[in-house]
Design a protein around this ligand. Structure first.
Ligand code: G1P
Length: 289
């Protein structure tokens, strides 16, 4: 049973300045709801009720968002606008929230390690809220939980990308599990590699149509708790940061990582382009535009 979900939410959101000067990037809305709330709702829909949020300086509004606002409630109570608070009130009722602060920005792996006191010795989900998913069926975390229940090891969500994008993601190599077309046993991983780390020199000459495609990590994980002791031991990797991809690579060597091609559409809301596209897509779906 996965009962807890970790949300690394300590980053600066530099690409969205000045909007993120005083507002955490996780609180930027798609339509009327902050990115982080979509993530929390995704965890809830996978029957995960315990939200462990790794925050940092200037992120206090996250705690306020997931708390009752007595003033607002009494203002709206009995008026026609009361229902505006329904969605967030339901989230607050169903979930519990714990917080820890990351004092130094030493990478995603370090952020996850900072969450250890909130997680303890049990498997847990990780949601990177700036990867926003639109799924017609189960949410991505529910999809991963099903795979976890079968294999009882770490599980990562992946998608296929082309060679021009490899430097933006953790890249996975693996073998399809017998009888499956979407589930891989991971053999190796590299965080944001250069293309020449992945292909042979002669392949450089290939046209873009003939280039191999690659499997990129999307921002959803199920991790087994031994990941914490690995994170404590590994050296800084890409960009001099402690990378979760490097820790997973060690689990993968022992055959303990499964990659699953999730079903759904991802929007990279860490980029302005992805954020705008997510907003337009949802607005169209809801007949707002
Ligand atoms: C992180 C991970 C990377 C993963 C990506 C998915 O990178 O380090 O492996 O592919 O999330 O969004 P970031 O986007 O935080 O730089």
């Amino acid at each position: 049973m996965i009962k807890k979900c970790l949300f690394p939410a300590a980053g600066y959101g530099t690409r969205f300045l000045p909007a993120t000067k005083a507002v955490p990037k996780e609180m930027l809305p798609i339509l009327t709801k902050p990115l982080l709330q979509y993530g929390v709702e995704e965890a809830l829909s996978a029957n995960i009720n315990n939200m462990a949020i790794v925050t940092g300086r200037g992120k206090r509004s996250i705690e306020d968002h997931f708390d009752n606002s007595l003033e607002l409630e009494s203002q709206l109570s009995g008026t026609s606008k009361e229902y505006y608070l329904d969605e967030i009130k339901e989230v607050i009722e169903r979930a519990t929230f714990t917080y820890v602060r990351q004092h130094k920005m030493l990478g995603l792996g370090h952020a996850i390690l900072t969450g250890e006191p909130l997680i303890g010795n049990e498997p847990f989900a990780v949601i990177l809220a700036d990867d926003f998913f639109d799924c017609s069926g189960d949410g991505v975390i529910s999809q991963l939980v099903k795979i976890y229940e079968k294999y009882q090891c770490s599980v990562i969500a992946i998608e296929e990308i082309d060679s021009t994008q490899v430097e933006r993601y953790g890249i996975v190599t693996g073998d399809l599990i017998d009888g499956s077309d979407d589930t891989y046993s991971v053999t190796s991983m590299l965080e944001k590699p250069k293309l020449h780390d992945l292909i042979k020199p002669e392949e450089y000459e290939l046209s873009s149509d003939d280039m191999p495609r690659f499997m990129a990590i999307a921002g959803r994980y199920i991790l087994t708790p031994d990941i914490f002791s690995i994170l404590k031991k590994i050296n800084p990797g890409k960009h001099g940061e402690i990378q979760i991809t490097d820790a997973l690579k060690i689990q993968a060597r022992a055959g303990k990582v499964i990659a699953f091609k999730y079903k759904g559409n991802r929007f990279d809301c860490g980029s302005i382009e992805g954020y705008v596209k997510a907003t337009i897509s949802l607005a169209k779906k809801r007949n707002i535009i």
